[in-house]
Design a protein around this ligand. Structure first.
Ligand SMILES: [Zn+2]
Length: 50
């Protein structure tokens, strides 16, 4: 997967480069959490948590 050099720092990586947030199972982008929903702004994947 391509990482751009100018990628924004909103991705939640710690100092060792470990990912702290959730990733989209479809496109591997960062997933945003909205209450009981998780949605990927890249491909539109949405998961409802019950
Ligand atoms: Zn996605």
């Amino acid at each position: 997967m391509g990482k751009h050099a100018n990628v924004k720092r909103w991705e939640k990586y710690d100092d060792e480069g470990n990912f702290e947030g959730k990733k989209c199972p479809r496109c591997d982008s960062l997933i945003a959490q909205h209450g009981n929903r998780e949605s990927c702004g890249n491909c539109g994947y949405t998961k409802i948590q019950k």
